[in-house]
Design a protein around this ligand. Sequence first.
Ligand code: ARG
Length: 589
Amino acid sequence: MEKVLELISKEVGDAFEAAGYDRELGRVTISNRPDLCEYQCNGAMAGAKKYGKAPFIIADDVAARLQDNSMFDKVESVKPGFLNITVSGDFARGYIVKMLHEKHFGVDRPAHEPTYIIDYGGPNVAKSLHVGHLRSAVIGESIKRILKYTGNKVIGDAHLGDWGLQMGLVITELEVRKPDLCYFDPNYEGPYPKEAPFTVEELGEIYPAASAKSKEDEAFKAKAMDATKKLQDGYKPYRALWHHIMNVSLADLKKNYKNLNVNFDLWKGESDADPVIPGMVEYMKSHGYAHESQGALVVDVAEETDTKEVPPCMILKSDGASLYNTTDLATIKQRMDDNHPEGIIYVVDKRQELYFTQVFRCARKTKLVMPETELHFVGFGTMNGKDGKPFKTRAGGVMPLGDLIAEIDDKMYNRIKEGNPEMPEDEAKDTSHKIALSALKYGDLSNQPSKDYIFDIEKFTSFEGDTGPYILYTMVRIKSILKKYEAEGGNVKEALLANPDSPAMKELMLQLTRFADAIEGAAKDFAPNRICAYIYDLSNAFNSFYHGTKILAEADPDKKSSYIALLATTLKVLETGIDLLGFDAPERM
Ligand code: ARG
């Protein structure tokens, strides 16, 4: 469906053309002076140079041709040559009615359904989920939903970190702690026990201990590297242990992501790419892409135009072990073979940008992907504490994600109980978790992904201002009015939108007409922050309308019906918006 800006630009373009000028000059934008007009066109200024005429002569001419156009209430030419445009209420109403008849509120969707894989989350098995993984999960989940809504087939893959040195570290530390386990007895040939020889809590503690040890103890580190290699080479006892680590860890991860309302289509990991590696390495060697350098196998990826050094992409270490690059490249091959995607999108910490430059170049150079395959890196910034340094617990440690969510849940629970002492326990719990997720996710997503931001619980959980809870509060307010209307015997579905009868109503309607533009922009730039900005503007417009309008007390039944239709539409649009951000609204709060 054609967007409002396109429709208006077309009309203004026609007028430019009729006056003898290039129709492209009729491009219209949302006004940056809403006190003066709703839309503006600066084409006459640009045309002045081209046609050697004073800009206001052009603007006057164009404005005159638009005077009787029913799309506009007012088209004014103002010195030195701007066009100030106010659309008609009838145009706004007509557009909304049309948009409501479309399945996706006027969002354009491609005829075929392109496939995209989103690689996000990226949790490391055997380490507990900490706040560092929060951004990838929250941003990735939102981008996945946005791309689905805009007509793509999207496969979300968690890409577990389950194959690197951390596995060797855990195995080595386990041997120190439990040397008597059968896995460490070279003479034992199986079968291996079904029960894991550790709990999830133990596992969460083993990795940090092993990691710290490896930094001080060379021999321990060498042993861990050796264990990693043995695991990768298929040494049975280590593979058996690896399965235990995976099972215990995955159950915990799944629980955590579910709590965050983050859902992956695939729970694949680095290890799944392992079988592809030998063939891929052979292929890279035999085609002359990879060569040996100081014992390691590398692919050169530097380009002449580089202003910064881009080191070669290492495919195998000198001991023959695969590394992060290897599994990423093998995963690309696997994804191309299995899913034939149009593109792969990586939502990863922006500190890995150079690494992904290497991997992408290597994948293109070695033709693991087609020339037209899109490879996108959506790098995100750091979540900082109020001190501007990476977010930590009060004691200075790494904050487990579960603890952080529980803390916000509690805070919201107390608030809900205070305001609604009679609310049943289940509902209070459910409601506070919904609000907590809105606070957490909106607080993150309202920033451009690449920016660092300050995690400020006080600010994010406020019911006022640019926050998730404010959006939910607005929705709950609408729900409550609609419920009362139905309780009075009204039927929301039969309510009929009329032309606006106040500036606030017009503003709210104009905001509604901008939905599809906001969503398409967010999809194009992988920018959920655009949706946050849109629903915030929409909520503000709604609240201004609400504060200045008697809705349920309106005596004129047609007006009342129109207000109700407007509320129901606003609610639907907000519901869609927050669903694309990855949270939902309670019934009351
Ligand atoms: N597990 C990695 C980490 O914690 C993130 C994985 C990102 N995705 C990828 N395909 N490399 O740093």
